[in-house]
Write a protein that binds this ligand. Structure first.
Ligand code: HEC
Ligand code: HEC
Ligand code: HEC
Ligand code: HEC
Length: 339
């Protein structure tokens, strides 16, 4: 019997096993970039073919050709331009064409302009759009610590949709039986907001609307004066971190050195950009988007009556740089600074 044992008989089975074993692996060559400071061992490994796929999935509209200035400002010609008055009329009209392409390509100008005339503010969409222009300008002028010179346009969030695809509203939480299970404190629910973990399903209200402290790691072994955050609060921090990683399509090590999450010296520069991003999202929500709850129609509001708000995914949509870093702002002076 033993003489009949041939390794060759097992070759098909072994090769099958090998195929199964390496099926989850990615074919070399891979790229690696040192993204932390020297000596921290923070090297990001990425697959250039996956990056090419991501790139192919991003569509950025061609810029509308530049127009020669007319020499007249919009406020000299039009009746009701409260924000864009200083813009040259030609540029103003070019900009109207651009926002139509970015926000309402199917509905056209009528999405914001009523039959009663272009100057009328009858449609809520126009009132919201005016506020959005102010918001976008503020992002591009006051938040360069986050958006750099790349900046954002309406397209970054809207991508040709009336309302951005990734927004959040306050969440009443899952329905549960009564008794002590009724209040789950946000736990034990598969939360898409926290990358399908069972961490709290609303990390946004405390951190991207309110300014609850995100840092939870104690700097001293025992409570010495300063109160140590409760474990429940650490869960909210981790839920936010899951959302941030998920929105950018990255791992925790894109920003942190996992041997010391709290340590800034060992974190990558991207963490500082993210720190500003958290403050920016918070300001966009408190100053611009949340107050729209009285302007938007009821059908647009969440179950708790609040307006849909911004989080990291609103701009990033799964990419570490929105639209893979495409700079559309350079073609639209209307969206830089005030007038
Ligand atoms: C997404 C909303 C939106 C779309 C789409 C849009 N507009 Fe506007 N439009 C506005 C806003 C907001 C203002 C007011 C700007 C301000 O207050 O500075 C405005 C103002 C105007 C005015 C000035 C009217 C006046 O007398 O005060 C004209 C003209 C105009 N738009 C033309 C157009 C045309 C033409 C199109 C289609 C190519 C268009 N708009 C598409 C939002 C929009
Ligand atoms: C930072 C992300 C962001 C940017 C940039 C942005 N928007 Fe918005 N926009 C939002 C959010 C969030 C809402 C509320 C979404 C909802 O109602 O679901 C919204 C809603 C709107 C609406 C109401 C649409 C509707 O059907 O109810 C209009 C119109 C609009 N934006 C126009 C613009 C214009 C024009 C620009 C550029 C000047 C712009 N937005 C830039 C995030 C953004
Ligand atoms: C895009 C960058 C980024 C990613 C990705 C990221 N973090 Fe963070 N993390 C931050 C920033 C910024 C802070 C500090 C926030 C602040 O102070 O407002 C922070 C804070 C923390 C803290 C609190 C540190 C302290 O001092 O108490 C923990 C813990 C943490 N992150 C864990 C994680 C984990 C786990 C992941 C992956 C699931 C992750 N982070 C992904 C940027 C990031
Ligand atoms: C208004 C749109 C917008 C929002 C909201 C936003 N970002 Fe960004 N973010 C950008 C833009 C634009 C860039 C690219 C800047 C550049 O090219 O220099 C960027 C860059 C970054 C980078 C640097 C990426 C790299 O490869 O170096 C990090 C990290 C980041 N964002 C994290 C976040 C986090 C975390 C949030 C949510 C708290 C967030 N962003 C919310 C627009 C946004």
């Amino acid at each position: 019997m033993n003489s009949k044992f041939k390794v060759s008989r097992f070759v098909p089975a072994l090769s099958l096993l090998l195929v199964v074993f390496i099926a989850g692996c990615e074919r070399p060559p891979m790229d690696s970039v040192q993204q932390g400071f020297r000596g921290t061992g923070m090297v990001a490994v990425s697959n250039p073919r996956l990056a090419a796929e991501l790139m192919a999935g991003v569509s950025v509209p061609d810029p509308i050709p530049a127009v020669p200035p007319s020499g007249t400002t919009a406020s000299e010609v039009y009746e009701n331009v409260q924000v864009l008055g200083a813009l040259d009329v030609s540029e103003f009209n070019r900009f109207m064409t651009a926002i139509t392409q970015w926000v309402s390509p199917d509905e056209g100008c009528n999405y914001c302009h009523a039959a009663t005339g272009f100057a009328s503010d009858d449609l809520y969409t126009k009132v919201v759009a005016r506020r959005m222009i102010e918001m976008t300008r503020q992002i591009n002028s006051d938040w360069t610590d986050h958006v750099g010179t790349t900046g954002v346009t309406c397209y970054t969030c809207h991508e040709g949709n009336n309302a951005p695809l990734n927004v959040w509203v306050q969440n009443p939480g899952p329905r549960r039986a009564g008794g002590f299970t009724a209040d789950s404190a946000g736990q034990n629910t598969v939360a898409p907001e926290a990358a399908l973990s069972s961490l709290p399903y609303d990390p946004f209200s405390p951190f991207l609307l309110g300014d609850t402290e995100i840092r939870v790691l104690a700097s001293q072994p025992l409570p010495q004066g300063a109160p140590v955050p409760a474990i429940k609060q650490t869960e909210e921090t981790y839920a936010l971190m899951m959302h941030m990683s998920d929105s950018l399509g990255v791992n925790c090590t894109f920003c942190h050195n996992s041997r010391a999450f709290s340590n800034w010296q060992e974190s990558s520069p991207a963490r500082v950009t993210a720190w500003h991003g958290i403050r920016m999202a918070r300001e966009l929500n408190t100053s611009y988007v949340a107050p729209l709850s009285t302007t938007l129609p009821a059908a647009r509001l969440g179950p708790m009556g609040d307006a849909p708000k911004v989080n990291c995914a609103t701009c990033h949509q799964g990419l570490n740089k929105p639209l893979m870093g495409a700079n559309m702002l350079q073609y639209h002076p209307a969206l830089v600074g005030g007038d």
